[in-house]
Design a protein around this ligand. Sequence first.
Ligand code: ZN
Ligand code: ZN
Ligand code: ZN
Ligand code: ZN
Length: 265
Amino acid sequence: MAKKCIGVREHTGHPCQRPASRGSDFCFACKQQEGNEKIINLQHDVYHCPDDGQKLWYVPKRKMHRCDMCGGVLLNGKEIDPVVLENILELSEVAEEGLVVECPTCGADSDLSDVESPLSNFALEWVFTVQTSNYTASTYWGVSNVGHCKVCGSTWFPGPGERDALGKKIGNHRRRLWRDILHNPNTNTSRKSWRRWRDSMREYFGKQTQTHLREQRMRLVTEKTEKREKKKENLCPYVDSNGYRCTMKKMQKEGATHCYKHRQK
Ligand SMILES: [Zn+2]
Ligand SMILES: [Zn+2]
Ligand SMILES: [Zn+2]
Ligand SMILES: [Zn+2]
C-alpha cells in the first residue's frame, strides 16, 4: 500500500487522505507544503485544546492551530502579531481562583511536560457579526480570558462558549470569532490593504477599542436586564399550588394587579 500524504487541508487543517506521490511524503495536491517545516513537524508537535482536550488542527491558510470543538485558537510567539501581543499583555490580568489553564504548547513538549506552565489570563472584549442571510446578521458580544504562556510565548484564544454575554446562542458561529478577528488577509492582497488590515487588527486589541467594547457590552447587558424586569412587572404575580407563576399579563385597567383570571374580587 502506498504511503499516506502527510499534508493537511489548507483551509481546515484536517489531514489529507490521498496517497503520497512516489519519492515524496506529500501527494500532488499538497506539493506546495513540501518545504514547510511547520507541516513536516506536525507529526511530532501534537497539541490539544486546554479547555476540552480535543486535538488542535494546524490551518496553513491562517497560520494558526484551531480547535474544531470550541473554536479556540492557538498562536505561537512567531505567529502572533507583536503589537497585538503587546496590547494583550496590557489588558487587565484575571486571577480567578480555580482558573488554571495549562499551556497547550508546553504540555506537548516532553522536556517540559513535568514543568507546570499555567497561562496568565487577560480579559479581552470581543464582538463579532455573522451574516445569516442577504438581509440579516447576528451580532455576539462577550469577554474571554486569553491565556499567554511566559515560558514558550504561545497565546491561547478560548472559544466563545455556548452563549454570548446577552444570552444569545452562538452555535456553529463560534468558529468565526477568532477567525474574523485574527484573520490573515490572503497573500495576493496589496501591501497597502494588508497594512490597513493589520492596523485595524492591532486597534481591536488596543486600550481605546477595548474600553469602548466593554462599555457597550455592559450597557447592552443592563438594557436587557431592565427590559426583562419591566416585562416581569407587567405580568400577573399569581403563583399556583405547584409553584408555577401565571404567564398572563396584568389587566389593562388602571391599578390592576393581576390578570383577568386571577383578578382580586
Ligand atoms: Zn495531500
Ligand atoms: Zn477546544
Ligand atoms: Zn508554553
Ligand atoms: Zn394570572
